[in-house]
Design a protein around this ligand. Structure first.
Ligand code: ADP
Ligand code: MG
Length: 554
């Protein structure tokens, strides 16, 4: 036999494993959800592949996951008859982390962030097995291959790969064997396994059975039926939350659950969620969505962009009755059926978020706080959605205090003669609120939007306005404040005011002195306490926008 080859883990994996082994995460039960979900993914991948290549699976073969416990040996095995991995896939999939954003995530962890939260978000995956196992052995045979391979590691920097003797290997699929740590012996007990499967994996779409080592009898733990085809009235909140956990890989509670069946021109079921916590890769440049596409209960892909990129925080499942099962990935791009579904789901998501604002303000503010910066990308990417997004958009303003203000609130409270919606952009709302340009607005009690998300500088320039009121930067051009009446001043203040002729003389003088530096000098109503401020010209980029552009070019 060929000797075992030894490989070093990718540096990120070693760092992650170190965290697992030293188990910063107190809830170790979650490792089982991760391994079961990998097993289910593998079955679903093969189910789809076998539509085009039926020879890959046996006649009448039924996909399943078997969890086998051997308490005497302190051993737990998770076996599936899914697609399996060949040698190279074992090395790549169980030696590196392919998911984008991983490095940023780990860097954040080393910066002393609250690890349990972050790991919770990360979805710890296969490597979480090392929270409970001293040694992990993965034997796998790729569907259609005549070889099987075994991957072994104690999680301390290296792993071994060697050919597996075929008789013991699955016909196709994967066996993950955990040699449990002494203090994790409970994971070889039937009662523990049953409890965890009920809690975390009760509705994954592949059936799960339990077996005790050495006994032929199997006990079905779940039936593998798809939760989304069940009637809403039969599903509990807990079941939805558990399904959400599996489909999102997150550990928070969903802020919104949308479950419906469409039966018009296209027939499909939708079960999607809005999380309450930001997924760690939300601002990843790839801007990938994670809604899974099924066709008549068969998983097709989680790589198709069903929803627009600005809705990439939505998690869940879309199951079409109309698309052909053997649809190719290419045919899924720009597919009219999918586009129609995507539009419909997007509308529903926006409507439900809007309703949440009325029914549960706290949850709504959590959702807007977490995903508002992403949703606002839609304001310039998706002009036809602009009005819908404006309806749910909330802003920090000079009047919002600890809360938020909507554009409807803003417009309702316009001052006499006010024709524009004023805003100021800065890196943070606090910094925006400290802008000297605000003085004249404060004095007149004119509300100003304090925009501090990077996307704000973009949409605010392309949006034409809201209800006929254009957006106007307070650091740009003439502020047009003169028409808005000032509240009456106490007599003492009026005595301080300079005569108009003196102001004109000063402006003329400054123009000469600053000729080389500035395009214009003018008296302004926007200041109260400060003597002067810089503003950008009426046309062209404003200051914050210039900064962002400079950063991108820098
Ligand atoms: P993720 O599931 O988020 O991709 P994991 O760490 O859980 O991350 O798994 C890494 C990869 O290893 C999977 O994407 C898959 O390609 C492979 N893998 C893990 N378990 C199995 C399995 N039981 N069968 C086939 N492939 C698997
Ligand atoms: Mg996984």
């Amino acid at each position: 036999d060929a000797p075992a080859e030894s490989h070093a883990f990718q540096a990120e994996v070693s760092r992650l494993l170190h965290l697992m082994v030293h188990s910063v995460y107190s809830n170790k039960d979650i490792f089982l959800r991760e391994l079961v979900s990998n097993a289910a993914d593998a079955c679903e991948k093969l189910r789809w592949r076998a539509i085009a290549e039926p020879a890959l699976i046996g006649d009448g073969e039924r996909f399943e996951i078997v969890i086998e416990a051997d308490p005497a040996a302190r051993r737990l095995t998770i076996a599936d008859n899914g697609i399996g991995m060949d040698r190279d896939e074992l090395v790549a999939n169980l030696g590196t982390i392919a998911r984008s954003g991983t490095k940023a995530f780990l860097d954040e962890l080393s910066d002393g962030a609250q690890p349990s939260n972050l790991i919770g978000q990360f979805g710890v995956g296969f490597y979480s097995a090392f929270m409970v196992a001293a040694r992990v052995r993965v034997t796998s045979r790729k569907a259609g291959s005549a070889e099987a391979w075994t991957w072994t590691s104690d999680g301390r920097g290296r792993f071994e790969i060697e050919p597996a003797a075929l008789p013991g290997a699955p016909a196709h699929g994967t066996r993950v064997v955990l040699e449990l740590l002494e203090d994790a012996a409970t994971y070889a007990e039937e009662a523990t396994i049953e409890r965890i499967v009920r809690e975390y994996s009760a509705h994954i779409p592949v059936p799960i059975a339990f077996a005790t080592a050495g006994e032929a009898e199997r006990k079905a733990l779940t039936d593998g039926s798809a939760l989304w085809v069940k009637p809403k009235s039969e599903i509990t909140k807990e079941e939805y939350a558990e399904f959400y956990g599996n489909v999102s890989g997150q550990w928070d509670q969903p802020a919104l659950t949308l479950h419906y069946k469409a039966e018009g021109r296209h027939e499909y079921s939708v079960l999607v969620f809005v999380p309450s916590m930001k997924p760690f890769d939300l601002f990843d440049p790839a801007r990938k969505g994670r809604v899974k596409l099924y066709v008549r209960r068969v998983f097709i892909s989680d790589e198709v962009e069903i929803l627009p990129a600005w809705a990439r925080f939505v998690r869940g499942v879309v199951d079409s009755e109309d698309l052909p099962l053997n649809i190719s990935r290419e045919m899924l791009q720009k597919n009219p059926v999918l586009e129609a579904i995507g539009k419909n789901v997007t509308t529903k998501v926006l409507t439900e978020i809007g309703k949440l604002a009325d029914t549960d303000k706290d949850s709504f503010e959590k959702v807007w706080g977490a995903f508002g910066p992403v949703i606002k990308e839609g304001l310039y990417e998706d002009p036809e959605r602009r009005d819908d997004i404006f309806k749910i958009a909330r802003f920090k303003t000079t009047r919002s205090g600890d809360g938020w203000r909507s554009l409807a609130d803003y417009v309702k409270d316009l001052k006499e003669n006010q024709t524009r919606i004023y805003y100021v952009t800065a890196d943070t709302a606090e910094r925006a609120a400290a802008s000297p340009h605000l003085e004249g607005f404060r004095k007149r009690d004119v509300e100003v939007l304090l925009l501090s998300d990077p996307v704000d500088a973009f949409w605010v320039r392309s949006a034409l306005g809201y209800e006929g009121k254009p957006f106007q930067s307070i650091t740009q051009g003439a502020a047009d404040l003169d028409a808005i009446p000032e509240p009456a001043k106490p007599e003492a203040d009026k005595a301080d005011e300079a005569p108009a002729a003196d102001v004109a003389a000063l402006v003329a003088h400054l123009k000469t002195v600053l000729e080389a530096e500035v395009a214009d000098v003018r008296p302004s109503a926007r200041l109260d306490e400060s003597p002067a401020c810089l503003v950008a010209p009426d046309f062209g980029p404003d200051k914050q926008f210039e900064k962002i552009i400079a950063r991108h070019q820098g």
